[in-house]
Design a protein. Structure first.
Length: 213
């Protein structure tokens, strides 16, 4: 396999660092997060950043596309699991730990690019396939929808105790917080298993998540 050119490899490293930085800065500052704050946290020079992205919106659009790519990767890995329940567990766990919904504060503040729309559609279709497979196997509660699962992932990924301790420099407590998060995920996943009492209210509309963008 051919090795990537140094400049391309550096761009990919910067993308990963910027995405992680953006998630953390957005968690504190919301949609008002500055490019300078994200670049500083990622260790990327602001001048080089603006050579690659002409505007703040262009940077955020690219980061959203990258984040959606991570959703898609988690879903594809989940569908590769032979066991439908274990696949769903992998998807939810991976997406929560990645803080998949962390760029939610950008919803409605930037234009949706063709790449974002295409990846969002792919992510939705993969999630629906995961949920349909789990329903067919009788392991997922019958009244849980793909939107329910996506909303659960987003809510569990917000205000992570792990990230709070990291911001405070409390590295001695990060492992304990990670363990606590795994327990919380397990509790939430148990609520998705078949056999529970019916969920309250009406199922969320299929386009509920898309509407905010």
């Amino acid at each position: 396999m051919a090795r990537k050119a140094p400049r391309h490899a550096e761009a990919e490293r910067n993308d990963r660092a910027l995405l992680e930085a953006a998630k953390k800065v957005l968690a504190v500052d919301g949609a008002h997060a500055s490019v300078a704050a994200i670049a500083a946290r990622a260790g990327v020079g602001i001048a080089s950043l603006y050579r690659r992205y002409r505007t703040k919106d262009e940077l955020f659009q690219h980061l959203c596309a990258l984040s959606l790519g991570r959703w898609i990767q988690a879903a594809e890995e989940a569908l590769a699991h032979e066991d439908p329940w274990e696949g769903l567990v992998h998807y939810v766990t991976a997406a929560v730990e990645f803080s998949a919904g962390a760029l939610g504060p950008l919803a409605g503040t930037i234009a949706v690019t063709d790449e974002m729309a295409e990846k969002f559609t792919s992510s939705v279709e993969l999630t629906r396939a995961l949920v349909a497979r789990a329903h067919e196997a009788g392991v997922l509660r019958a009244d849980a929808t793909a939107v329910d699962v996506s909303l659960l992932i987003e809510q569990l990924g917000k205000a992570s105790l792990v990230e709070q301790f990291e911001r405070q420099g409390r590295t001695d407590l990060v492992d304990a917080a990670s363990s606590a998060r795994r327990r919380t995920i397990a509790i939430a996943l148990d609520g998705l298993r078949a056999g529970h009492d019916p969920l309250p209210g009406r199922p969320p509309a299929p386009d509920l998540l898309a509407e905010r963008w």
